[in-house]
Design a protein around this ligand. Structure first.
Ligand SMILES: Nc1nc2c(c(=O)[nH]1)N[C@H]1C(S)=C(S)[C@@H](COP(=O)(O)O)O[C@H]1N2
Ligand SMILES: [Mo]
Length: 414
């Protein structure tokens, strides 16, 4: 098969499926000719006859685009996506409760999966014993809980319009495409090892059961990290349907799209894996970015350092003494410093950081503010533990990913 053909997901998947089935029929003593005949009956059918488990991921029933209630005072809705309103965090704690957590669905509907029939298939050239797990089998494995952020790569997209004067198609996030939760699950490493992970494994591609079968590869090193999890609980509750029930992956620090929801399959490969989500989308395309074949530009991996105020956009607050609050975060570490300006960057004050300050999650900060009537141009600039500081301006990219420059938040005090 030609290289270009492998860029088509369909060709690629078909070729992989055939290789996989061929390996198994050979193990069971079938001849090449019998294999070809089986293929002619359809790869799926062949797989069902020979394999002790279903090759194709189980089909899922679909439901509405979003299941949780999304009143306009809590969320900004855009199609199948819900943006968190930052002001709702003002009187909350460190984690974002499940009912307030943002939602980003690429497929038109939430798949409904029964934990009784659900299976997770781990297969591909990178494992020597393809294995399928039931819900209960995974629940019975040793689990851990970690507090981490999930943030959409497009979070902040709207600000490209402000900084570069260009409106970009795609979910119009302000900065509410992020949330922090406590995630409970089994280290992905554990699951891969139970399928006899090969030392030569290179890439790991979790695949969703939603209509678009969303999938995006991560390198084996990231898949084996202590806090990369197969997640089944969120803030102490079973993972809600909108967030990937029965299970999703957590890939700390990485772009939201890496955290595949409604997972049905994990392909492990000795060869680099590609999907349109790391070749055509979720890559940086623009005058200042070079193509990165087979990807159209640099692939997005870790999230940048950013900040937001716990205030409504273009909102109003009553005059008086108050705590001006916000949060800052980074996909590369924890936050070491936050500076705040009330006058669009003319003068700066250092904000007080409040515990906890967890790596790859966020930190809450505040500043005493004697808010007198008038219009304020608030800015916050964070620095993370790797020394990355939010810049004033970043280069444009066509899809509007990764807006991490300082944002001006206008507030009028009445
Ligand atoms: N299967 C599947 N997984 C998915 C998505 C999707 O559409 N389908 N969206 C991704 C994107 S783009 C983001 S930002 C996060 C959002 O997670 P949340 O909806 O739980 O907040 O899930 C990711 N995982
Ligand atoms: Mo996303």
């Amino acid at each position: 098969m030609h290289r270009t053909e492998l860029l088509s997901e369909h060709c690629y998947d078909r070729q992989r499926a055939e290789e996989f089935i061929w390996k198994h029929v050979r193990m069971q003593g079938f001849s090449r000719r019998q294999f070809i005949r089986l293929l002619a009956e359809g790869a799926g059918a062949a797989a069902a006859i020979i394999l002790p488990f279903q090759y194709k991921v189980v089909a899922a029933e679909t439901d509405r685009a979003i299941l949780k209630s999304a009143p306009p005072e809590l969320f900004l809705r855009s199609g199948s996506n819900l943006e968190m309103r930052w002001e709702v965090l003002y009187n909350r704690g460190y984690v974002v409760p499940n009912n307030l957590f943002f939602v980003r669905n690429n497929s038109p509907a939430v798949p409904r999966v029964s934990p009784n029939t659900w299976r997770l298939l781990v297969d591909g050239s990178g494992v020597s014993r393809p294995t399928s797990f039931t819900y209960d089998e995974i629940l019975a494995m040793p689990s851990i809980s970690v507090i981490r952020a999930i943030e959409c790569a497009g979070n902040g997209r709207n600000f490209f319009e402000v900084s570069h004067g260009k409106k970009i198609a795609g979910t119009p996030w302000n900065l509410g495409g992020i949330g922090v939760a406590e995630w409970t699950g089994v280290p992905l490493r554990e699951v891969l090892e139970r399928a006899s992970l090969k030392r030569t494994a290179r890439d790991v591609m979790p695949e969703g059961l939603d209509e678009k079968n969303i999938k995006r590869p991560i390198p084996i090193e990231k898949a084996m990290a202590d806090d990369t999890l197969l997640v089944y609980a969120m803030n102490g509750e079973p993972l809600p349907p909108d967030h990937g029930f029965p299970m999703r992956v957590l890939v700390p620090g990485w772009v939201g799209i890496a955290h595949i929801k409604w997972i049905g399959r994990i392909q492990v490969s000795e060869e680099p894996l590609y999907s349109e989500y790391n070749t055509k989308r979720y890559v940086l395309i623009g005058p200042e970015y070079k193509p990165n074949p087979p990807a159209l530009g640099p692939m997005l991996t870790t999230q940048k350092v950013k900040s937001a105020f716990e205030l409504p956009w273009n909102g109003e607050v009553r005059s008086g003494k108050r705590l001006l609050r916000g949060r800052s975060w980074s996909g590369e570490g924890r936050i070491s410093k936050v500076k705040v300006s009330l006058d669009r960057g003319r003068t700066w004050q250092e904000a007080r950081l409040r515990e906890p300050n967890i790596d790859l999650a966020w930190v809450r900060w505040d500043l005493d503010w004697d808010a007198r009537p008038g219009t304020y141009k608030l800015q916050a600039r964070a620095t993370d533990s790797k020394g990355n500081t939010q810049p004033d301006r970043i280069p444009f990219n066509d899809e509007g990913y990764s807006y991490w420059a300082v944002v001006t938040h206008t507030i009028s005090v009445k």
